[in-house]
Design a protein around this ligand. Structure first.
Ligand SMILES: [Cu+2]
Length: 146
């Protein structure tokens, strides 16, 4: 747990440094989806559990205004090797809100949601959201515990 927290702090520190990298010479290194797209993720239950969870994704532009999207796809992957990723597609609820009724976390532990937002003009933005799933396997190595 402690190391997880430390890594998160380190990751946040690196994010804070990113604006410093936006010097002209580095422009070409920017991700191809350098679009003004933000995705706020909420999960029920909180914290998420092993099994089906409801994901609500609120998509906005960088000013916080609702952003219309054409499609939203999710890939869930874990921070350790050897896991089969979980794929799902969100359903539009109106405005900038998309929902995945039953996103299936197959194991407890640290997950990364890779959220692919397809805009009406076909451009795609990819955003990541980390979360910690509680339940079986949270201590790691529970592959054969069922
Ligand atoms: Cu796993």
């Amino acid at each position: 747990m402690a190391s997880f927290t430390r890594r998160r702090l380190l990751a946040c520190g690196l994010l804070l440094l990113l604006p410093a990298l936006s010097i002209p010479g580095c422009r070409g290194e920017a991700p191809s989806d350098d679009l003004p797209v933000r995705v706020a993720v909420s999960v029920a239950p909180t914290p998420p559990i092993v099994g089906p969870n409801r994901l609500v994704l609120d998509i906005t532009d960088d000013q916080g205004a609702e952003l219309e999207a054409a499609a939203v796809r999710i890939e869930g992957t874990m921070t350790h090797a050897g896991m089969v990723p979980v794929f799902d597609t969100a359903t539009h609820q109106g405005g900038g809100r998309w929902v995945v009724p039953e996103f299936d976390f197959t194991m407890g532990g640290e997950w990364i949601l890779i959220i692919q937002v397809e805009l009406p003009d076909g451009r795609e933005a990819t955003r990541r959201h980390e979360l910690n799933v509680v339940g079986r396997g949270a201590a790691g190595g529970a592959g054969g515990a069922r």
